[in-house]
Write a protein that binds this ligand. Sequence first.
Ligand SMILES: N[C@@H](CCC(=O)N[C@@H](CS)C(=O)NCC(=O)O)C(=O)O
Length: 200
Amino acid sequence: MLKLYHAQLTRSVRIVWLLEELGVAYELVAVPFKPPRSSFEQDTPAGKFPTLDDDGMVMFESGAILEYLIEKYGRGRLAPPIGDPERGRYLQWVHFAEATAFPPLGDVARHTMFLPEADRLPQVAADGRMRAKNALDVLERALQDKHYLVGGELSGADIMMGYLVMAARMLGCVGAEHANIAAYWDRLAARPGFQKALSA
Ligand SMILES: N[C@@H](CCC(=O)N[C@@H](CS)C(=O)NCC(=O)O)C(=O)O
């Protein structure tokens, strides 16, 4: 059976949510999160959240795990098929979430919460907030007249970006100018699979 190493509020929320949406059986291994000073030091087989163990095949990176699980269990759900005109923008959002939008939030989190106070650099946190706002502004514009990012229904892109929005809200980076993001958040947060993932 699939085994998912999970800590509350970490990126493994995405994979719990995804598995719930897919209706796939899995074992959840709850591991306490240690505020990181460096990296790959969590008590999971790969040192990170999420870590997936599929019958001995251990992998990390939430976006890669999401693509892997949708390929294996999606049966046409949660992603436009290869060759579909929507496929490109689907992949864009899946990768934007971690490659572009999350790094500034990571800077904010490290320099306001995770590092010992003496090591926190206010300029790095402020720069992170500015770059996070740039990324959120891109999302805000993309959500104009849209309920979901791609194809009019929930996809893996929303699972990747939904967690990003959660983290941005927790760090105080979603502003009054982000009305479309606020409505998008309400829509995502109402999904039973996301609620299960948030309470797991
Ligand atoms: N890009 C990776 C980031 C994974 C990551 O850094 N996860 C955090 C929790 S949200 C973690 O495990 N931090 C502890 C560490 O870096 O050692 C992904 O999307 O899975």
